[in-house]
Design a binder for this molecule. Sequence first.
Ligand SMILES: C[S@@+](CC[C@H](N)C(=O)[O-])C[C@H]1O[C@@H](n2cnc3c(N)ncnc32)[C@H](O)[C@@H]1O
Length: 215
Amino acid sequence: MEGSDDSSVGGDHTTLNRATYDRIAEQYAQHQNQPRPPSEDLFTSFEGSFFDKIPTDGVIADLGCGPAFDGARFAARGFRVIGLDLSAGMLSLAAERLPGRVIQGDLRTLPLVSGQLDAIWNVASLLHVGEHDTMAVLGEFRRVLRTGGTLALITALGDGDRFEKVPYAQDEQRWFVYRSEDRLLDQVTNSGFQIELREQIQGNRLWSTILASVT
Ligand SMILES: C[S@@+](CC[C@H](N)C(=O)[O-])C[C@H]1O[C@@H](n2cnc3c(N)ncnc32)[C@H](O)[C@@H]1O
């Protein structure tokens, strides 16, 4: 596993979330890996639209990959996949199933070379980043994508931020940040992207799914 030092991490809530994910990584992976009926696969159609935008041997970074179930699925289709996450516990699970690089890093200061990616898959991790850091994250996404590259972003909609209990891990909590879709769409556009698809999908949270390309 490649590493980044703590200076890129900063912020108590982020540090707490990272420690929580280190402790609950196995439980998270088990929870995510439970068989579900196709009706509960909320993002299948979105994922298909994402694949349509990427060259067959393209490089995708699964940013905030967790155990990298998504990234492993992309690698099985022939894409070259990089997994990146803040939590070493999560990354050790990701390394078991990703054939490519796994990197410890923060969405706000990506340890990746500019313009190296065909696509970014960023699912359910911006919801752990403070609103004040949104533009920093989107700016990093823009920096590491090539011209014409694709961003797939899924995050939770709503108001404010709060700690919430982890339903499948006793005595554990994570900090969540809920966003306004209108504001997020403006932020994506102002970061140098053109929005190609946007949809709200209701699951255990109200999800915003955004597909955008570098202008
Ligand atoms: C809810 S999990 C989602 C994992 C995976 N994308 C999925 O859909 O299963 C959130 C992940 O985001 C990671 N994360 C949280 N804040 C992060 C940050 N600032 N930079 C990188 N990863 C972060 C956590 O460690 C965790 O693995």
